[in-house]
Design a protein around this ligand. Structure first.
Ligand SMILES: Cc1ncc(COP(=O)(O)O)c(C=O)c1O
Length: 302
């Protein structure tokens, strides 16, 4: 078995030991960025978050990230307590404190804050929210294409815990990832409640068949910003793209498969449940989309 690989693998960077963290309005050294054991995020996974990337001095698609953050906070009835402008300013302040200009990744987290007692009821979260930004130097270093395994963990219906929410609690995805790893793969391919192929535990999922790009309907998966950008790029560049239901039979028979996410952009998939996909390298459609996305980032972050 070859060495394990994750979709969020980055080059080692010793500077990350010395980074400064934004924590509730203060910028503090990593070692001092500590949160109470009574925090709702720690105790219950009660919070929402965003992952953003810095390219050439600009946080890519920051409006979309802020829209999704504020929408998610509203959905879980959590008052961020800052305006969009103040959240953006916090990101920029953290960036400048860390003297970062490009190739950085930010994880912006908002929890319901510190509880008065160690129980679930949200009314016990009286000091909050807790807001923090971890910003790391980050250059993706994915040594080889990703292998996926399907797992028994499903993307649930929206009335349970809407899989669109970027919630702190990721246990369903984590269990899926553990199952995939135990099956010898890197990441989990998750089905929806009807058995159609949906997404992976940490990225959105696409296949290519006869030159056309397929992805799930968008129900049951994260409304990934990179996912939407890829769909838009296909539409603008006459690459046929379908948001549709499809099964594992369609997937095993695909010519190409790739993942999307803010961190890795588009990551090639070489194998699913032991079936090779393509020739183990990024295929022509994946490469074209990678190029189009690179150009889009260059335009966005000019
Ligand atoms: C489960 C899941 N799917 C997909 C994504 C990718 O979304 P985006 O392209 O907005 O980074 C994420 C990222 O947070 C995620 O957690």
């Amino acid at each position: 078995m070859t060495e394990h690989q994750t979709t969020h693998q980055a080059e080692e960077d010793a500077r990350n030991e010395e980074i400064l963290i934004w924590l509730n309005g203060r910028i503090v050294p990593k070692a001092e960025a500590l949160i109470s054991v009574y925090d709702s995020g720690f105790m219950l996974g009660d919070g929402v978050w965003e992952g953003l990337r810095l390219y050439d001095g600009t946080w890519a698609f920051v409006d979309e990230h802020l829209d999704r953050l504020f929408e998610a906070a509203k959905a879980i009835d959590l008052d961020i307590g800052l305006t969009r402008e103040e959240v953006l300013q916090a990101i920029l302040d953290t960036q400048s404190a860390n003297e970062m200009t490009s190739d950085a990744h930010a994880r912006l987290m908002v929890t319901r804050g510190i509880k008065t007692r160690p129980f679930q009821h949200p009314s016990l979260s009286r000091q909050g929210p807790t807001i923090t930004i971890i910003m790391e130097h980050s250059r993706p270093k994915i040594a080889r294409p990703i292998r996926l395994a399907t797992v028994p963990h499903l993307r649930g219906l929206p009335m349970t815990q809407d899989p669109k929410l970027n919630s702190h609690s990721k246990l369903n995805c984590i269990l899926a990832c553990i199952a995939a790893e135990k099956a010898g793969a890197d990441e989990a391919l998750m089905l929806d409640v009807h058995g159609f192929v949906n997404t992976t535990n940490a990225c959105n999922f696409f296949i290519v068949r006869k030159g056309a790009v397929w992805t799930s309907t968008g129900d049951y998966c994260m409304n990934g910003i990179t996912r939407q950008k890829v769909i838009d790029l296909c539409r603008e560049n006459d690459i046929p793209v379908f948001e549709r239901n499809y099964s594992l039979v369609d997937t095993y028979g695909a010519d190409e498969a790739f993942l999307t996410g803010t961190f890795g952009a588009q990551t090639t998939v070489s194998e699913i449940d032991g079936r090779p996909i393509g020739d183990g390298k990024a295929g022509p459609v994946t490469r074209r989309i990678q190029e189009l996305y690179k150009n889009l980032i260059a335009k966005e972050c000019a």
